[in-house]
Each structure stands twice: as structure tokens, then as C-alpha cells.
Design a protein around this ligand. Structure first.
Ligand SMILES: Nc1nc2c(ncn2[C@@H]2O[C@H](COP(=O)(O)OP(=O)(O)OP(=O)(O)O)[C@@H](O)[C@H]2O)c(=O)[nH]1
Ligand SMILES: [Mg+2]
Ligand SMILES: [Zn+2]
Length: 386
């Protein structure tokens, strides 16, 4: 962990265990399909089967790991370790006991909540990651589950997808026991079945070149403020993914839409916030694009502190380089023919969008309510954003 100008009282909140690597993988899927348990298996954490009941995940959980591969040629031996844990030295597999394990991938995982009330958090996270792992239980039918919607969303975003059929220990059917191309991996996190295969896939995934030379552009997924006991300053910490560019020393960042207040006519007004970084945390030196990072800045609390609440979905970047803020949008939509209704657990025909209808809109990681002002031809819809 490299810290540029570390300040006192600069602790990370517990939900961010560490930050790192360029490849970021999101675990998505309906509630209770085993996303968090697979993450535990991949981090090589012991899964306590005496406490089979887990808590539903309610917010994004970001953690990074290293995948190691056996140095013996053409062998399927992989290990994964949470960053900071002891590195596996030797393979130990019969025949290659003395072969060393070499680092093959530096990866960050984003574990998403699956319960329906957190749907916008999960959808937002699709923008944060390079590759989407969609989990669906071996007993469920993939095409009749919300996984179908997630697959459609991943396609729209042009993201790579790996489908994981979880909990194969709980079914006698053998249909899911073999890995299928394109990637469908049957697993049991409890029994560690095919966890090696998952590591292999993570290790082999190719990702597009990152753009390190453009102005800095960062997508924020979490933020908090705290008071520095020594100086009395208010410290703003933002957690995000550096989508492009490379940080410089004494980086100045603009955050948009910024602090929202009401103007004299009661209309929302957005005031971009400009911060000068006091510290920056990332693994492996100065962060380059693709890294998940946290940055800290002393802010004038009287000016912006009480206006800054949840910055999830805000964007941040070099001052003057960010796009404009809009309060009305014209959007071309293509509706999915069917939607999974989590309350009836049935696939239902999607209803048409109506004028004056209030909708939850998720753009990037930002979710907001919006009213349909006008539905035009070619499925073009005019929304007013609140
Ligand atoms: N039989 C079996 N059960 C599993 C396996 N993996 C997870 N489970 C159980 O399934 C339940 C849900 O697991 P979680 O990992 O919390 O599921 P999740 O998808 O993270 O759930 P949310 O965070 O609510 O979306 C728990 O009771 C787990 O013990 C598995 O491989 N086999
Ligand atoms: Mg979970
Ligand atoms: Zn080996």
C-alpha cells in the first residue's frame, strides 16, 4: 500500500478492505445465490458450514486478491489469496510438489447485494467493473430468472460475462457438472468444486488497454467525511475507480454534479466541488487507470460539508474536463420484452412507459427518480430528473 502524504486519522472504513489491480470483476445475481460465499472461497477464507445462514449483502463490498499459477508447464493448478496474506510458495500437487507458484493476476472483486431493494446498487456496479460474473443457482432456470435481465444489461454495456451456476452440491442433476463454452462454470463454494476453474478464467481474461494519458476521470462509489483530531480539518474521503488518466502529485479534482442546493425559484442547482488531494491510497505505487482507489482532501465544511451527502455515482476528474450537468434528458430506450417480478417470481410482459409515470433511473452508478414528460416515436422519451 503506497500512501502519498499520509495524514493522521486517515483510516479506511471497514467495507473497503484494500484497493488495487486493474482487472475488476463484479459478482451479481439475485439474492441468496451464493455471491458472497464464492468470494470467501476465492479469498481462500474458510467457509464456516456450522453458520450456514449468511447475512444478505446491503452495500458494495470491494476487496482485492492475487491469483497465482503453478510454474509447471500446462497445469491447471491455481491459488487465490486476499492481498496481504501469505503468498503460496510451492504448488504441492503430486508430481509438482516443488514447483513454485507465480503471480498471474492482480484483481479486485466487487460483491453486490442481490435483494430487490438494492437493485439500483447492483445495476450501478455493472459500470464499475470490467467483467460481470452472473450467479444463478443450479436448481434455478437461468432464462426464467432475473439473471436474464442482468445478461441483457451486461450486453447493453458491452461487458464481458461469465455465468456461474452455484450450489451444484444441492442438486443431483448432472447437467451442470461440466464447464460449458461460452463460459458457464458450475461451482460449489461450500465444497470448493471448480474454484480452481474460476481462478483459471480470472487469470486468462483479457481486458482492453487502459487509457493512462487522458485527463483524470474517476467514478465515485462511496464517500465519507471525518474530522482530523490534530488540525480540526474536515477530511473528505472518496472511493472510486480511476477510469482514465494518471494521478499527479498535488492533484486538483473537480466533483460533479457536486453540492446540490435550491435556487431562488426552488429549482435544484448544482455547484461543482473542487478539492486538492492531501492523500491518495492505492496498491502498487501511483494509481493508473483501472485502479480502485481512495483519495482524501481537507474541505471547507462551512462551504460544502453540509451539502455533501451521498456521492455514489458522482464523477470526478481534472478541473474543467468534466461533462455538463443536466436536469432534463431525452433518452432512446429499448424495453426488454419480459421482466422478472420478484414479488410473484414470474416473468411478466413489460408494460409500456407512460407519460407522467415516475421511474427510478440509474445512469452509471447514479440513481435518481425521474418523471416521464413525453413519449415520442422511436421509443424516445423525455425525462425530467429530480
Ligand atoms: N448448498 C450450498 N449452499 C451455499 C453455497 N454457497 C452459498 N450457500 C448458502 O446460500 C446462502 C446464501 O449465500 P450468500 O453467499 O450469502 O448469497 P448472496 O448471493 O451473497 O446473497 P445476497 O448478498 O443476499 O444477495 C447461505 O446460506 C450460504 O451458506 C454452496 O456452494 N452450496
Ligand atoms: Mg451477499
Ligand atoms: Zn502444480
Amino acid at each position: 500500500m503506497t500512501t502519498v502524504k499520509q495524514r493522521a486519522n486517515a483510516h479506511l472504513p471497514p467495507k473497503v478492505m484494500s484497493t488495487s489491480g486493474r482487472l475488476t470483476i463484479g459478482f451479481v445475481g439475485y439474492g441468496r445465490v451464493g455471491k458472497s460465499t464464492l468470494l470467501q472461497a476465492l479469498l481462500n477464507n474458510k467457509i464456516d458450514l456450522s453458520k450456514r445462514k449468511t447475512h444478505p449483502t446491503s452495500e458494495l463490498h470491494v476487496v482485492s486478491a492475487h491469483i497465482y499459477k503453478c510454474s509447471f508447464p500446462n497445469t491447471p493448478c491455481y491459488r487465490s489469496r486476499v492481498n496481504g496474506n501469505v503468498v503460496p510458495a510451492l504448488c504441492g500437487f503430486p508430481g509438482h510438489e516443488l514447483n513454485s507458484m507465480v503471480l498471474s493476476r492482480d484483481v479486485s472483486f466487487v460483491d453486490c447485494p442481490g435483494e430487490v431493494q438494492f437493485a439500483s446498487t447492483m445495476l450501478g456496479a455493472l459500470c464499475l467493473v470490467d467483467v460481470i460474473f452472473i450467479l444463478s443457482t443450479a436448481t434455478g432456470v437461468f432464462t426464467q430468472s432475473p439473471s436474464f435481465e442482468l445478461l441483457a444489461a451486461a450486453n447493453i454495456l458491452g461487458k464481458k460475462v461469465v455465468v456461474i451456476q452455484s450450489m451444484i452440491d444441492s442438486t443431483n442433476e448432472t447437467r451442470g457438472m461440466q464447464c460449458i463454452e461460452p463460459l458457464i462454470i458450475p461451482i460449489s463454494a461450500w465444497n470448493r468444486t471448480n474454484i480452481n476453474e474460476v481462478c483459471k478464467v480470472i487469470s486468462d481474461i483479457s481486458v482492453e488497454e487502459y487509457d493512462d494519458h487522458s485527463p483524470v476521470g474517476m467514478l465515485i462509489y462511496s464517500n465519507c467525511t471525518e474530522v482530523d483530531q490534530e488540525s480540526g480539518d474536515t477530511i473528505l474521503t472518496i472511493y472510486g475507480r480511476l477510469l482514465k488518466g494518471t494521478f499527479k502529485q498535488n492533484q486538483r479534482l473537480e466533483i460533479r454534479p457536486g453540492a446540490v442546493s435550491l435556487d431562488e425559484d426552488g429549482r435544484p442547482k448544482c455547484n461543482p466541488i473542487i478539492i486538492e488531494l492531501t492523500s491518495l491510497e492505492s496498491e502498487g505505487g501511483m494509481p493508473t487507470s483501472g485502479s480502485l482507489i481512495s483519495v482524501k482532501a481537507a474541505i471547507n465544511y462551512d462551504l460544502v460539508g453540509n451539502l455533501v451527502t451521498d456521492m455514489t455515482g458522482y464523477i470526478s476528474g481534472d478541473v474543467g474536463s468534466l461533462p455538463d450537468v443536466f436536469s432534463a434528458l431525452e433518452i432512446k430506450v429499448s424495453l426488454l420484452p419480459f421482466m422478472f417480478n420478484p414479488y410473484t417470481e414470474e416473468l411478466e410482459v413489460t408494460s409500456k412507459i407512460l407519460e407522467n409515470e415516475k421511474l427510478l433511473m440509474t445512469i452509471g452508478m447514479l440513481s435518481t427518480s425521474a418523471t416521464v414528460r413525453k413519449v415520442m416515436d422511436n421509443a424516445v422519451i423525455d425525462f425530467a430528473i429530480h
